[in-house]
Write a protein that binds this ligand. Structure first.
Ligand code: ZN
Length: 348
């Protein structure tokens, strides 16, 4: 049995968003590249079960879930300025949350070590009572709550490397010290939250870790941030399970942001997560797809992460466009150091 699972369902293409940047071509492009490079036969491809209303209500308010169901049933439309809902989107969003739950079950049942829920719509902007930012239900938060409440885990780390701050995930666990939420995101950028000083509610001070990074941060800056902040915090927290909100919109060719990560950089982030998991969670990692909007380049970043975590030897894998130059700028270093100085007070 392959040590790495890919949780996928063709119904994820039925969340119809037209020409919106978050559209079904994203998953088609990823699956196309994984097939072309022979990855699919190296992975366990698993079909998810949809989440039940009860399961999404581990995070979301029942009245919001019902409003979303009714909105889709009436044919959908624009939920807000950014977020499209089609007639099938409610069911597909349940299947996306179910994909993340299925991925958690796979690793906790020891059926694989790493599982990637290749889902859409994405999730990390969805708040307990509100869809936003292309996200209907918060897949990673539902998965974490499932691991917490059904499996009884006591320490779950969520690493969010999507270029946008995961305001929804932060809100879901603001007062919950069982979940350490650590986000690396571009600032300024949508949704505007994720300042260093946002560190958790009174019952969980220090369990929300925000590392906002200036535009133009590349591989060296992200690696510095991960090594300076995430690795020592993970060592103190000792997670039993590592979840990743895996958005690849920090890539240098992404149209929605201006970071400069490369496929090689994403591999380094994945390797760091793999090291944390090897040390504390018996190697168990669950990823859920978030953003990433350049159809040509984003699948390479996804493949790079999979290659790294699944140990697939693919030496020719590289960005299809030449990456920009990269170094650790003084501004990035100063910002990361400031984040570390703020967060360490809660842990020492
Ligand atoms: Zn994003």
């Amino acid at each position: 049995m392959a040590a790495t699972a890919l949780v996928y369902h063709p119904d994820y293409l039925h969340h119809e968003t037209g020409s919106h940047p978050e559209n079904k071509k994203r998953l088609e492009a990823i699956m196309g590249l994984l097939a072309e490079r022979g990855y699919l036969e190296r992975l366990q491809v698993v079909s998810p079960q949809p989440a039940t209303v009860e399961q999404v209500c581990l995070v979301h308010r029942k009245d919001y879930v019902e409003r979303m169901a009714a909105f889709a049933r009436r044919g959908g439309g624009m939920w807000d300025m950014d977020t499209v809902v089609g007639p099938a989107s409610y069911e597909v969003a349940l299947l996306a949350a179910g994909g993340a739950i299925t991925a958690v079950d796979l690793v906790l049942e020891d059926r694989c070590r790493v599982a990637w829920a290749l889902v859409r719509p994405p999730g990390h902007h969805a708040e307990p009572g509100q869809a936003m930012g292309f996200c209907l239900f918060n897949n990673i938060a539902v998965a974490a709550s499932h691991a917490r409440q059904i499996w009884g885990l006591e320490r779950i780390l969520i690493v969010d490397w999507d270029v946008h701050h995961g305001n929804g995930t932060q809100a879901a666990f603001w007062n919950d010290p069982a979940v350490l939420y650590c986000s690396f995101h571009q600032m300024p950028l949508f949704p505007g939250t994720g300042r260093i000083e946002e560190s958790g509610g009174s019952g969980a001070m220090g369990y929300t870790i925000n590392v906002p990074l200036p535009p133009g941060t590349g591989d060296a800056g992200y690696v510095y941030a991960v090594e300076k902040v995430l690795l020592p915090m993970a060592e103190k927290f000792k997670p039993q399970l590592v979840l990743v909100s895996a958005g690849q919109d920090g890539h240098f060719a992404d149209p929605l942001a201006s970071q400069r990560l490369t496929t090689a950089g994403y591999r380094l982030l994945a390797a760091a997560v793999g090291r944390i998991a090897a040390a504390w969670s018996r190697g168990r990692v669950v990823l859920a797809l978030e953003g990433g909007y350049n159809l040509r380049t984003m699948p390479y970043a996804v493949a790079g992460i999979i290659a790294e975590l699944a140990g697939i030897d693919d030496p020719d894998l590289a960005d299809p466009e030449p990456p920009p130059g990269d170094n650790l700028s003084p501004a990035v270093r100063a910002q990361v150091d400031r984040a570390w100085e703020h967060h360490r007070q809660f842990w020492e």
